[in-house]
Ligand binder design. Structure first.
Ligand code: TMP
Length: 210
């Protein structure tokens, strides 16, 4: 039986990493096969691509940025995600195609339809079964990431991140069946409980769990 593909989205500081880890632990306690991954650095090639973003003083145009993320995504899909789903595993992924639409589309201002098309090409039309959108107001998000070294996206400023957040909310409104938006300014346990509830229903529907 084919597995299940669940992605986590949201602005920096929203708690994606924490919730992926907690959900993975809980699913493993129920003896389900789980693979945790992340974009863009879920494969060795993706790690190399991420390191390009970290080279100081290197200018990267928005379109180049888009191609780099899509290259990492296609590799990730073929090398890790698809094989895991074919083995019947539950794949939890920290960021996927919605990140590109939110950051490079809404954030950088690239044409949304073009970004959509490229996403479709890179993912071979494969979409997550469920996407958890952890929504957090930008001032609160900035407060959470204060003190840690900031990457090129985190340095992009308040207006950029406001556009990214608004983008995420618009994407979620367009696809209510796939995307579950959750207010992330609450205790971790409360948010995680809602995630588990929704995931459990999905696994039942899929016959992965009785
Ligand atoms: P993070 O997932 O650790 O927050 O860092 C990844 C950064 O890369 C984050 O700032 C968002 C950015 N990003 C994009 O701009 N587009 C993408 O498609 C992906 C996957 C990430």
């Amino acid at each position: 039986m084919r597995g299940c593909f669940i992605t986590f989205e949201g602005v920096e500081g929203a708690g994606k990493t924490t919730h992926v880890r907690l959900l993975a632990e809980w699913l493993r306690q129920q003896h389900l096969g789980v693979v945790e991954s992340r974009e863009p650095d879920g494969t060795p090639l993706g790690e190399a691509i991420l390191s390009i973003f970290h080279i100081e003083g290197v200018a990267i145009s928005p379109l180049t940025e888009l191609f780099l993320f899509e290259a990492a995504r296609h590799q990730h899909l073929t090398e890790l995600i698809e094989p895991a789903l074919a083995r019947g595993q539950v794949v939890l992924c920290d960021r996927f195609a919605d990140s590109t639409l939110a950051y490079q589309g809404y954030g950088r201002g690239l044409d949304l339809e073009e970004v959509d098309k490229l996403n479709h090409w890179a993912t071979l039309g494969m979409r997550p079964d469920l996407t958890i959108l952890l929504d957090l107001e930008i001032p609160a998000a900035f407060e959470r990431i204060r003190g840690r070294p900031l990457d090129r996206f985190e340095q992009a400023g308040l207006e950029f991140h406001e556009r990214v957040r608004k983008g995420y909310l618009e994407i979620a409104a367009r696809e209510p069946g796939r995307i579950l938006p959750l207010a992330a300014d609450r205790p971790v346990e409360a948010v995680q409980a809602e995630i588990r509830d929704r995931v459990m229903r999905l696994l039942h529907t899929r016959g992965i769990r009785s």
